[in-house]
Design a protein around this ligand. Structure first.
Ligand code: NAD
Length: 362
């Protein structure tokens, strides 16, 4: 990794840092920064016990507070004055966001603007802000028609999905690449992540603050919440297979996703915080290759000796057909590369789930 300088005297603030990604980066951050402070409200949908997660490295200071409250920042920032901020706190349920649009918008959009207003009110402008955005900003992304030209197919409708028309006819999907593919979210969650990006970019340019915006694909692995029913398809599949169930596959099982192991996301986020270079536009973070959901489910079923997965033909509003990242910009700017393939990642996830006390089959 290419560090710009010895940052050991610097302070990093991590919002939502008690969650899946926050815990995974916590030990590395302690190696790169003199002080690591997390602000997290220990949301009950993710934190069943409401206490400090075991995965959060010793030495990290945890402040239990809500990012959407102006008073949080007036309490935290005057003492802290962070050099670098990693903004992770968010409501993350894609499907749930369609039913609870206000909650998602409030935390993701207003939470971000409250943080930025807090920096100004408390004379605490950071040097850099890292935002974990999402592949959800692309929606269905760009496809190529039969002549090879890019087009934006827009949102799939209930009418076509009810007829099991999963793909866009006579067209091929393409990789998600920020420099080529325009964002066009099809979920409220995706729209709030795009709003976060735009608000942060406009604000940061005005105040000369560096930004690193990372559009993450599907993150999975040890440490992911086993109780949040709205995120984490890989851990859900593991818990189904563990209970001897055949994993149900939505649509025709051929939905493509780019599953990236948490270790590879952690190294990308830490690189975003410490790299010598930043990039004015977002960077795509994934494993760089796609898998079908069916392949992922088969690998998990084999690991647990469960029956083969089965196609249900069901679908979920807000889900996109295919998604995978072109990681070339991220590898060159961040001097980072994904290291784990699907088999290695599933083995690590399943071993971790097996070691968890009181884990319930789904
Ligand atoms: N995990 C993925 O697959 C994935 C993919 C793309 C983007 N992301 C983004 O990465 C970030 C972190 O995701 P994660 O997987 O670690 O999620 P997570 O749910 O495990 O962690 C989010 C943390 O934010 C906290 N939080 C929620 N609302 C808060 C509030 N109002 N005030 C303070 N804290 C609050 C929660 O308690 C939790 O600890 C999010 O911004 C998410 O949009 C994640």
């Amino acid at each position: 990794m290419q560090n710009s300088a010895n940052r050991s005297s610097e302070t990093v603030l991590v919002t939502g840092g008690a969650g899946f990604i926050g815990c995974a980066i916590s030990a590395s951050l302690l190696e790169s920064f003199g002080r690591v402070v997390v602000v997290d409200n220990l949301h009950p949908q993710i934190h069943e016990s409401g206490s400090r997660p075991e995965g959060l490295a010793d030495g990290v200071e945890l402040i239990v507070a809500d990012i959407t409250e102006a008073s949080t920042w007036d309490r935290v920032l005057p003492d802290l004055k962070p050099d670098v901020v990693i903004h992770l706190a968010a409501e993350t349920g894609t499907g749930q966001s369609l039913e609870e649009a206000t909650r998602h918008t409030h935390v993701n959009v207003v939470g971000t603007s409250q943080l930025l207003d807090g920096f100004l009110r408390n004379n605490a402008l950071p040097r850099r802000i890292v935002l974990t955005s999402s592949r959800a900003v692309y929606g269905e992304g760009a496809w190529r028609n039969s002549e090879g030209a890019f087009f934006y197919p827009g949102q799939r409708t209930s009418e076509t999905l009810d007829k099991s028309e999963w793909d866009f006819p006579n067209a091929e999907p393409t990789a998600m690449k920020a420099s080529e593919v325009f964002p066009a979210p099809v979920s409220v969650y995706g729209a709030t992540k795009l709003a976060q990006e735009h608000i942060l970019q406009a604000w940061a340019k005005s105040y000369g603050v560096e930004t690193a915006i990372l559009r993450l694909q599907n993150v999975y692995g040890p440490g992911q919440s086993l109780i949040n029913p709205y995120t984490g398809i890989m851990s859900l599949f593991c818990r189904m297979a563990m209970g001897g169930r055949s994993i149900p596959l939505y649509e025709d099982g051929q939905v493509r996703r780019d599953f990236i192991l948490i270790d590879d996301v952690a190294s990308a986020v830490v690189a975003g915080a410490t790299s010598a270079r930043t990039h004015p536009t977002p960077l795509d973070i994934g494993s760089g290759e796609f898998q079908t959901i069916g392949t992922a489910a088969e690998t998990i079923a084999a690991r647990y000796g469960a029956p083969a997965p089965h196609v249900t033909g069901q679908y979920r509003q807000g889900d996109v057909r295919h998604a995978w990242a072109d990681v070339s910009a991220a590898t060159s700017v961040l001097d980072w590369a994904p290291r784990f393939n699907l088999e290695q990642g599933i083995a690590r996830l399943a071993d971790w789930i097996d070691s968890q006390p009181d884990v319930r089959p789904a």
